[in-house]
Design a protein around this ligand. Structure first.
Ligand code: PEP
Ligand code: CO
Length: 451
C-alpha cells in the first residue's frame, strides 16, 4: 500500500549523490592524499556498472512479493570478501551452497526463493574502534580490502584509494563468473547433483537432503513427462548481489541517473549497517535518494521509524527490508516492540532475520566465534515472535561459506572450541560452514512449512 499522506514528487527533494557530504559520516577512512582519492574516484566513475537498473527493479518487485508473504529471501555470503579469496573455487562453492539451501527452502515453504549473495562488492567493514593496538603499537584499524591491508604494519594500514579500483575489478570478476555459471547450467534444477560440495557428515542431514532432491526431481519429471510442460525456466535462476553500503565516496562514484531515478549500480541491494543508521547521518542521507531496494540492519528499535520515514516516505513496495539482529538473548524483548511500532505506522516492510551479528562471542583465547545453538535459537524466536505478532518473517541474512571452515561452534559436525584453529579463514566475522548452513536451511524449511 502506498502512503496516503505522501506525494511521490517530493520524496527525493534536495538530494544529490553527494548531498551526504554535508552530514556526519561515520566509519569513513582518512586518506592521506585527497588528490589521489579524487583520481581513483574519477576513474571509478567512468567504469561500466556491474548491474543494471532493470535487474534492480526486478529484485524490488520480488522483495515486494516477499513482504506480502509470497516469497522468501535468502541472503548469504562472507562477512567480508577478501582479494586473496577471489578464486574460482570460492565462487563455485558459494553458489552451490546458496542453490542447495534455496532448494531446501523452496521445498519447505512451497514459495519461490529470492537468492541474494553477500558478494561482488562486500569489501568494506565497519569497526568498533578507529585504531588497533598490538604489543604497545597503535595503527589504524583494518577496514576491509577496499580501504587498507590486513598486515599489522604502518604502510599496510594507510588507506590506499587505489584499492577501491582493485575491489571493483574483483567484484566484476566475481559477478562475471557467477553469471556465467548460472546461465551456463550450474543452476539447472534437472541436475542438482552438480551442486554437491562434499561429504555431509551427519547421516540424518544427508538423508533429509536426498529425500528433498528426490521429491523435487519427481515433481519435475511429473510436470515434464505427464503434464508435458518443459520446465525450461528451471534451468536458470536469478542470483542477485548485495553489500553493505559503507564507504560513501565509493558508493557515490558508482551511482548513476537513469530515467530520472538514481541507481547505485555497483550492486542490486545495498544495505545500511547497524553502526550507520543514524537518522541525521550521512549514510541515511545517501541511501534516501537511491532507487535500489534497501536493507537496513536494526539492533536498536528506537530510531527505526524516523529512518523509515526518511528512506521510504512513499511506502514503495519492496523498498525497505528490515534486517533485525538483536541476539538470541534480546530478541524476545526487542522484536515485539519493533514490530508493533512498524505495524502501527501502517507501512509494510520485508522482515528478515540476521541471527549472526547479535551472537558474536570471543573465546578465552581471543578467537571471535558464534555458537550454532545461539543462531538457531534466534531464528526460532524470530519465527515465534512474528507468528504471535501476526507478521511474516520473509527472509534470513546469514554469514556463510561453501567451504569446510571451522569458525562457528556446534552444529551437525560438532565443531568444538579446539577445532576453531583448524580451518578458521574469515578475516572478520565467523561464518557457518557448508554443513552448518545446510542445517540452518533445514530448520527454516521446517518452520516455513507451518506458515
Ligand atoms: C555485517 O553484516 O557484516 C555487519 C557488520 O553487520 P551489522 O551492521 O549488523 O553489525
Ligand atoms: Co559480519
Amino acid at each position: 500500500m502506498l502512503n496516503p499522506a505522501a506525494s511521490l514528487s517530493k520524496s527525493a527533494g534536495d538530494w544529490s549523490p553527494s548531498s551526504w557530504r554535508s552530514k556526519p559520516a561515520a566509519q569513513q577512512p582518512n586518506y592521506p592524499s585527497d588528490e589521489k582519492l579524487q583520481i581513483a574516484l574519477r576513474a571509478l566513475g567512468e567504469l561500466p556498472p556491474l548491474v543494471t537498473s532493470w535487474e534492480i527493479e526486478a529484485l524490488k518487485g520480488q522483495l515486494a512479493e516477499a513482504a506480502a508473504g509470497r516469497r522468501f529471501l535468502l541472503q548469504g555470503g562472507d562477512c567480508a570478501e577478501s582479494f586473496v579469496d577471489c578464486t574460482g573455487a570460492a565462487v563455485v562453492n558459494r553458489i552451490k551452497i546458496l542453490l542447495q539451501m534455496s532448494l531446501v527452502l523452496v521445498h519447505g515453504s512451497e514459495k519461490p526463493v529470492i537468492r541474494v549473495g553477500r558478494f561482488a562488492g562486500q569489501y568494506a567493514k565497519p569497526r568498533s574502534s578507529d585504531n588497533e593496538t598490538r604489543d604497545g603499537a597503535t595503527l589504524p584499524a583494518y577496514r576491509g580490502d577496499l580501504v587498507n591491508r590486513k598486515a599489522f604494519d604502518e604502510s599496510s594500514r594507510i588507506p590506499d584509494p587505489e584499492l577501491m579500483l582493485r575491489a571493483y575489478e574483483r567484484a566484476a570478476l566475481t559477478l562475471n563468473y557467477t553469471r556465467a555459471l548460472v546461465r551456463g547450467g550450474l543452476a539447472d534444477l534437472h541436475h542438482p547433483e552438480n551442486w554437491n560440495i562434499g561429504f555431509i557428515q551427519k547421516a540424518e542431514l544427508a538423508t533429509e537432503y536426498s529425500q528433498i532432491l528426490d521429491s523435487v526431481s519427481h515433481a519435475l519429471r511429473f510436470m515434464e513427462n505427464v503434464l508435458g510442460v518443459h520446465a525450461e525456466a528451471m534451468q536458470r535462476v536469478d542470483l542477485f548481489t548485495s553489500h553493505e553500503g559503507l564507504h560513501l565516496p565509493y558508493e557515490e562514484a558508482i551511482t548513476r541517473q537513469e530515467n530520472d531515478r538514481w541507481y547505485n549500480l555497483s550492486t542490486h541491494f545495498p544495505w545500511i549497517g547497524a553502526r550507520t543508521t543514524s537518522p541525521d547521518g550521512a549514510h541515511v542521507e545517501f541511501f534516501r535518494g537511491l532507487a535500489n531496494p534497501i536493507g537496513m540492519k536494526v539492533a536498536e528499535p528506537e530510531s527505526c521509524l524516523r529512518v523509515l520515514d526518511i528512506l521510504d516516505p512513499d511506502w514503495e513496495p519492496g523498498r525497505v527490508t528490515l534486517i533485525h539482529r538483536f541476539g538470541a538473548e534480546k530478541i524476545q524483548e526487542r522484536l515485539p516492540k519493533l514490530i508493533r511500532a512498524v505495524k502501527g505506522s501502517g507501512r509494510q516492510v520485508l522482515w528478515c532475520c540476521d541471527p549472526m551479528h547479535g551472537n558474536t562471542k570471543t573465546t578465552s583465547t581471543g578467537i571471535k566465534t558464534r555458537h550454532f545453538g545461539d543462531i538457531l535459537s534466534e531464528l526460532e524466536s524470530s519465527f515465534d515472535v512474528h507468528a504471535s505478532e501476526g507478521t511474516y518473517l520473509g527472509g534470513v541474512h546469514l554469514e556463510l561459506s561453501g567451504d569446510d571452515v571451522t569458525e562457528c561452534i556446534g552444529g551437525a559436525s560438532g565443531i568444538t572450541e579446539q577445532d576453531l584453529a583448524r580451518a578458521y579463514k574469515s578475516d572478520v566475522d565467523p561464518r557457518l560452514n557448508y554443513e552448518q548452513a545446510l542445517e540452518v536451511a533445514m530448520l527454516i524449511a521446517h518452520r516455513l512449512r507451518s506458515v
